[in-house]
Design a protein around this ligand. Structure first.
Ligand SMILES: *Cc1c(COP(=O)(O)O)cnc(C)c1O
Length: 411
C-alpha cells in the first residue's frame, strides 16, 4: 500500500489557507533519499549526483539538495540561471544540453560549468561561441544498437541524443589536439528503470570505453557520468530500486576494469526522479461526478498540473484521503477539465466510492510533475508547498494568477 505522510485533517487545515490544486513536497523524504544515495556510493572517489534541475526546478528544493552535497544538472539557459541564483558554482554545475544555442554555451562557460557535448559538430560550434574551448569537456555517448532502452526514453538508435561510438573517439582526439586538457564521459539511455542490472551494464559499457580511450589515445578520463534514470515504484506492487545492489555491482566493475588499469575516474550520476519523485503529491478536490458510458470523477487539477499520465500513459497512484481503508469497489476515470480526452489521471481505476468534495492525492509528483506544466486552455500553474520536518507547511512557489497568464499579451 502506498501511504501519504499526512492525514485528511492535516490537508483540510492546509486547504483553508492554500486552495487546491497544489503540489506538496515532503522535505524530510527528499533529504533522506539524497543522503541514502550519497551514503551508498561513498566508496566511489569524488561521487556526486548532479540533480536534474528539470525534474523539480524550485530554488528551495535545489538549495536543499546542494546542502546535501549534490550538484545540478542543467540543460537550458533558464536552468543555468536558476543554478546560479541558488548558489551553485563552477563544476557543481553540469550542462547536459542538446540542440544548444550559443547563448547557453556562453552562460555555461561563464559559470565554469562542466560542458557536456551532445554532438561532434558542437566542438566547432562551441569554439565559435566561446572563442576558445574550455579546459574540461565531456561527451554524451549514444550506444545505438549496442543497447536497448525503455519506453520513456526510447531505443538508443531512435534517440536524438549523443554521439556514436566512432564519433565519440574522434571527438576526444580532435579536442585533445585543440588543447582540451581534462575529459569526462556521459551517457543516459534509460529512464525510470527499476532493474539494477541495467545500470551495472551501463557502467560496464562506460568503463570499457574509458580503458579503450586510455589505450588508444592516452586519455585518462577525469569522470564518468552515468546519467539519470533511476526508477521509482509508481505502482503499489513495484519494489523500490535496489541501489545498494547497483552500487555493489559497479564497485566490483570499478575495481576489475578501472583500478586494474590504473584508472580512477570520479563517478557521477544525474538522477532527478529518484531523489524527489516519491516525495511529491498533487492534492486536488473532486468537483464533479458524471455517469455516462463510464463513471467519471472531475478534479480541480488537470493534465496541466501533471502531464505524465496523458503524455506517457504513466501510472500515478491515487488515494482518496480519509478513505484509505475502504475497499476499492468502483471503477472510475479520474479527469481534469482540459478539452482533450487524454486529460485523465487514471482510467478505469478501482477506487473507493467517491463523493463531491473528497480530497484526492495523486502520488509521486515530485519529479517531472509541476515542471512539465503548461497553460493550455488558460489553465494556471498551481502552487508548490513544502511540508517541513515539524509538519508545518510553507509556500515555495505561489499559484499563477490570470494576470500572470495574460502578462505577455497586448489588449
Ligand atoms: C531528464 C534527464 C535526467 C534525469 O532523469 P531522471 O529520470 O529524472 O533521473 C538526467 N540527465 C539527463 C541528460 C536528462 O535529460
Amino acid at each position: 500500500m502506498k501511504a501519504a505522510p499526512f492525514t485528511l485533517q492535516a490537508i483540510q487545515q492546509i486547504i483553508t489557507e492554500y486552495p487546491t490544486p497544489f503540489h506538496l513536497y515532503n522535505q524530510q523524504g527528499i533529504a533522506r533519499t539524497a543522503q541514502k544515495l550519497n551514503k551508498t556510493f561513498r566508496w566511489a572517489n569524488g561521487f556526486r549526483n548532479y540533480y536534474a534541475v528539470k525534474a523539480l526546478p524550485n530554488p528551495t528544493i535545489l538549495k536543499l539538495l546542494i546542502d546535501e552535497g549534490m550538484g545540478l544538472d542543467c540543460s537550458s539557459l533558464a536552468e543555468l540561471i536558476l543554478a546560479e541564483r541558488v548558489g551553485a558554482r563552477g563544476e557543481q554545475i553540469m550542462f547536459t544540453s542538446n540542440d544548444t544555442t550559443s547563448d547557453e554555451y556562453r552562460k555555461a562557460a561563464a559559470l565554469g560549468a562542466i560542458i557536456n557535448l551532445d554532438d561532434i559538430s558542437h566542438i566547432e560550434f562551441l569554439e565559435q561561441s566561446l572563442d576558445q574551448l574550455p579546459e574540461l569537456l565531456c561527451f554524451r555517448f549514444n550506444p545505438g544498437s549496442e543497447r536497448v532502452g525503455n519506453d520513456i526514453i526510447g531505443n538508443p538508435t531512435e534517440a536524438k541524443y549523443g554521439l556514436t561510438r566512432n564519433q565519440l573517439f574522434e571527438a576526444y582526439k580532435i579536442c585533445k589536439q585543440k588543447g582540451v586538457k581534462r575529459f569526462g564521459l556521459h551517457t543516459m539511455i534509460a529512464s525510470n528503470e527499476l532493474e539494477p542490472s541495467y545500470f551495472i551494464e551501463t557502467a560496464r559499457m562506460l568503463f570499457d570505453i574509458a580503458v579503450e580511450l586510455h589505450d588508444q589515445q592516452g586519455i585518462s578520463l577525469e569522470f564518468i557520468n552515468m546519467g539519470g534514470g533511476f526508477g521509482i515504484p509508481y505502482k503499489p506492487d513495484q519494489e523500490a530500486l535496489d541501489i545498494v545492489g547497483i552500487s555493489d555491482g559497479i564497485k566490483k566493475l570499478y575495481d576489475d576494469v578501472l583500478t586494474t588499469n590504473n584508472l580512477s575516474p570520479k563517478l557521477f550520476y544525474e538522477c532527478g526522479r529518484y531523489i524527489t519523485g516519491p516525495h511529491g503529491y498533487l492534492i486536488s478536490t473532486v468537483l464533479h461526478q458524471k455517469h455516462t458510458y463510464r463513471d467519471y470523477i472531475g478534479l480541480d487539477a488537470s493534465m496541466a498540473n501533471l502531464m505524465r499520465p496523458g503524455m506517457y500513459g504513466a501510472y500515478h497512484h491515487i488515494t482518496v484521503l480519509g478513505k484509505e481503508n475502504e475497499s476499492a469497489t468502483h471503477a472510475y476515470d479520474v479527469t481534469g477539465s482540459l478539452c482533450e480526452n487524454n486529460d485523465k489521471f487514471a482510467i478505469q481505476r478501482q477506487l473507493p466510492q467517491i463523493e463531491i468534495g473528497d480530497i484526492i492525492v495523486i502520488h509521486d509528483t515530485g519529479a517531472h510533475g509541476h515542471s512539465m506544466g503548461f497553460n493550455y486552455n488558460g489553465k494556471l500553474r498551481s502552487a508548490e508547498l513544502l511540508l517541513k520536518p515539524d509538519n508545518t507547511v510553507t509556500v515555495i512557489r505561489r499559484a499563477e494568477t490570470l494576470d500572470d497568464c495574460f502578462a505577455t499579451l497586448d489588449f
